[in-house]
Ligand binder design. Structure first.
Ligand code: HEM
Length: 466
């Protein structure tokens, strides 16, 4: 252990960071702040490669494309960092946390639920859920915009991937997206304190107790969903094509992988959360940026009208033709990546080009600052979708744009998520003009425990075109 620690200390000497205090690490400088605030602070102070000590655990923070490429593809770097273990209470057996061979088998199994034929069949659901969303936008909802789009994303996921129509967007009493946000407080409020006292003590604190209560509510909701689905499945004929089963059905009828109850339950929660927050946030930032840049909005509108027209439903073949819209989505995910930071841990030495990252190092891949790194993105705060046009796409540094991560543990729901976003955008922009009062992206004050939100409600308004 000591040899290993001294290798980490030697590596850390190459980079800057707050002073290391025995036992406390950087604790005195970061106490009480959330993940995003801490990383933002140290990267602004110490540069794109720097050190962070959580107690005696070392974290190497990087926002440099070549290093990130080496890390995400290295066989010694495929494990999640220690900090993820704080989510064990809800995700211990889910795809997020399982390791090695089990992860490989599960990942392969789940890839079946994201085959293109199945995804194409979901466009109808994406359209019908967008219809409901538009009725809600028409009424100028009082709720936070994040909440409106998260409910849309969850509603869409429930009907397409879980095969259940729960009408989540219209259910005013349902607090499910609030539960999800609050479950993230495990990350936010506890994450950077874990080296001072064990998680079990945190559960007995007021915040811990409140979080636990919410987790139980969320679990009850998901248990109901699973038993409803089991009931439905027992009533349907069993001669259907196995390749056409969506996520939850495939999990429940599976004979080979034999998922146990805990795994089914935790993966349903994990996939629902992974799909909801990210897609909801992606749409919120997209429309907010369109509301700030009316010239870009006009071009998106014109493209949608020329590809789809103003009346008919969006069809699967339309999505590939929305090229400018895709450029705008990319630029909005560059400025506001839904997941700003991801973590890995080395299980052996990793060659970063000019340095060897030793075994036992935790790593924070700082997607947020990578996407705003001046070396790859001139004038990084400028919203300019042309960066992703055919004329400029070759100039993009490899691995400088990774909103869905890269390598074997990248986002499994990338294609699904982009299809939902594009269908929703095409439907909304044909029917609404969007306005937002911000003059620059830096007016949005960001915060993140896991996904990227703002510390204030987003101001963005939808006015009917008709
Ligand atoms: C559209 C917005 C989305 C964004 C920006 C996004 C981003 C990401 C990122 C950055 C990761 C890597 C996390 C890590 O390495 O620690 C990830 C993983 C994952 N995402 Fe997404 N995601 C999106 C949508 C979705 C959707 C719609 C689903 C499911 C339907 C999904 C399911 C997952 C799963 C299961 C993983 C874990 C994969 C693994 O560890 O093997 N995501 N996502």
């Amino acid at each position: 252990l000591l040899i290993n620690k001294s290798a980490l200390f030697n590596f850390a000497k190459n980079f800057k960071g707050y002073p290391f205090w025995p036992i406390f690490g950087n604790g005195p400088y970061i106490w009480g702040k959330n993940v995003f605030t801490i990383i933002d602070d140290i990267v602004c102070k110490f540069g794109y490669n720097c050190n962070l000590w959580l107690g005696h655990d070392y974290y190497y923070v990087t926002a440099e494309a070549a290093q990130i490429k080496a890390i995400l593809n290295h066989p010694n770097c495929q494990e999640k960092s220690d900090i993820y273990q704080n989510f064990n209470i809800i995700f211990e057996h889910s795809l997020l946390m399982v390791k090695g061979e089990i992860w490989k088998r599960h990942r392969k199994f789940y890839s079946k639920c994201f085959n293109q034929t199945l995804l194409n069949s979901f466009v109808e659901v994406f359209n019908s859920k967008s219809e409901i969303l538009m009725k809600i936008l028409q009424r100028q909802p009082k709720e936070d915009l994040f909440e409106v789009f998260e409910k849309f994303a969850l509603d869409t996921f429930c009907e397409s991937m879980l095969g259940l129509n729960r009408n989540i967007q219209l259910d005013k009493t349902l607090q499910i997206t609030k539960f999800m946000a609050q479950v993230q407080t495990i990350g936010g409020q506890y994450l950077f304190q874990y080296f001072y006292y064990p998680l079990i003590l945190w559960w007995f604190s007021w915040r811990g107790f409140k979080t636990l209560k919410l987790i139980f509510k969320l679990q009850r909701y998901v248990k109901d969903i699973i038993s409803e689905k089991r009931q439905n499945l027992s009533e349907r004929p069993d001669n259907l094509d196995v390749d056409c089963f969506p996520f939850l059905e495939l999990l429940l009828i599976d004979q080979n992988e034999k998922f146990n109850e805990k795994q089914i339950f935790q993966d349903v929660i994990f996939f629902s959360m992974a799909a909801t927050d990210t897609t909801g946030l992606g749409l919120t930032y997209f429309f907010t940026l369109l509301g700030m840049h009316l010239d870009v909005q006009e071009k998106v509108y014109e493209e949608v009208i020329s590809v789809i027209g103003s009346n008919r439903d969006v069809e699967i073949n339309d999505l590939a033709h929305l090229k400018y819209t895709q450029m705008v989505i990319n630029e909005s995910m560059r400025i506001f990546p839904a997941i700003p930071i991801i973590g890995r841990k080395t299980i052996g030495d990793v060659d970063l080009g000019n340095k060897i990252l030793p075994k036992g190092a935790n790593i924070f891949i700082d997607i947020f600052h990578l996407h705003r790194n001046k070396n790859y993105w001139p004038d990084p705060l400028k919203f300019d979708p042309e960066r992703f046009s055919m004329d400029h796409v070759d100039e993009i540094e490899p691995y400088s744009f990774i909103p869905f991560s890269r390598g074997s543990k990248n986002c499994i729901g990338k294609t699904y998520g982009l299809m939902v976003m594009k269908t929703c955008i095409a439907n909304v922009i044909r029917n609404f003009q969007v306005y937002s009062p911000y003059k620059s992206v830096s007016e949005l004050k960001l915060s993140s425990c896991l996904t990227m939100t703002t510390v204030h409600p987003i101001e963005c308004y939808f006015r009917s075109r008709h």
